[in-house]
Design a protein around this ligand. Sequence first.
Ligand code: ATP
Length: 233
Amino acid sequence: MLKLQNVHTYYGAIQALNDVSVEVNKGEIVTLIGANGAGKTTLLMTVCGSPRASSGTVTFLDEDITQKDTHTIMQRGIAISPEGRRVFPDLTVAENLKMGGFFLKRDEIEAGLNHVYTLFPRLKERANQRAGTMSGGEQQMLAIGRALMTKPQLLLLDEPTLGLAPLIIAQIFDIIRTIREEGVTVFLVEQNANKALQVADRGYVLETGKVVLADTGANLLLNDEVRKAYLGA
Ligand code: ATP
């Protein structure tokens, strides 16, 4: 479904991705783990076209999207829940969700809202609450809900559990499983390697902009290097 081939991405003179090749197949949950600054966010943002890969190719559903703009990429069926959630604090929950569907027609926005409210009853209860007054976990649900408004085929999740309490983290991982059961393919960036590898079919380990390991989630959980570096073993 999504394929990055030999992708290099730079911020000015700084190289953030170095010859990265990654694949996500339809129906999978694939996770990307790595230390701070390894380039995980850059990888997801490169898929979204901002920044663009300076060389290599990004293909989605067999179309080369490397040079497409972000808006077009979103219209092709990719959505992102960004790092730090980035909800609009002064807008209500419902208004935030509608922002996620800004390029949809009115009836599609209604359908999107109904879909998100079914998945997250808490967001329906809080539809008129200002997003900035919600808890961290609720804001994360809102960020994911907002990304789902366009009914994407591929959902990119950047650190959805960062800073959340263990009980809420478990809920977020349950939600990720449910989203996949609904037919959405998930590409998940996580610092919580243990939980991410448990939920993922496959995983990649990124170190200073390079993929250093790729395997099934189950195998990576047992891998000595992964255990030492990311699982505190
Ligand atoms: P974290 O988990 O801390 O968010 P990450 O693995 O997501 O880290 P990135 O945010 O992708 O890593 O950063 C990769 C590298 O690119 C880092 O060296 C970072 O300093 C650099 N970088 C990221 N964004 C920019 C930017 N806008 N301008 C310049 N350098 C950047």
